[in-house]
Design a protein around this ligand. Sequence first.
Ligand code: IMP
Ligand code: MG
Length: 173
Amino acid sequence: MSERVTVLTEEEIADKVTLVAKQISSDYRGEELVVIAILKGAFIFCADLIRKLTLESVKVDFLRAASYGSGITSSEEVKLIKDIDIDIKSKHVLIVEDIVDTGRTLSFLVEHMRLRGPKSVRICAMIDKRERRKTDIQVDYACHTVAEGFLVGYGLDFAENYRNLPGLYHLKQ
Ligand code: IMP
Ligand code: MG
């Protein structure tokens, strides 16, 4: 049996997303922004975030990477399963991720983006989880920081379950 303990309610998430969107809108004022959501986990967060951006030009694309199997342990290898279609050369890119854990997925993806010559690459994560960080990746925008634990809900899964939960929960086994 697993128990779920609330980390953030739906209302708390909405407030945090609004705040981060405000900051991003102010930082990129007058600029064109390409938002890249990392599937599958970031699809809900990204959908909420982009609707709160007050920028003139926001383009959206999706990329799918896999670093986890169906369980709780992190694999060392990151694989690209679906690449972006938009040309990001000389564009400001914002990578939107559900949760940063070891940071390996993002290190790989930032490197992958940089090869295409964007004007800038920044990272926005719903959750910045510091416990197991293995890279020196910089999370530019984070809605919430947690020290540890396995979280589910609001797009985050455990073995593909719980993505649909409107809040964020700590899954205790
Ligand atoms: P990293 O490469 O170790 O930073 O792993 C990042 C990816 O692992 C995230 O995009 C998630 O898909 C997954 N992940 C890491 N921690 C959690 C968690 O607490 N709950 C659900 N998925 C997680
Ligand atoms: Mg993910």
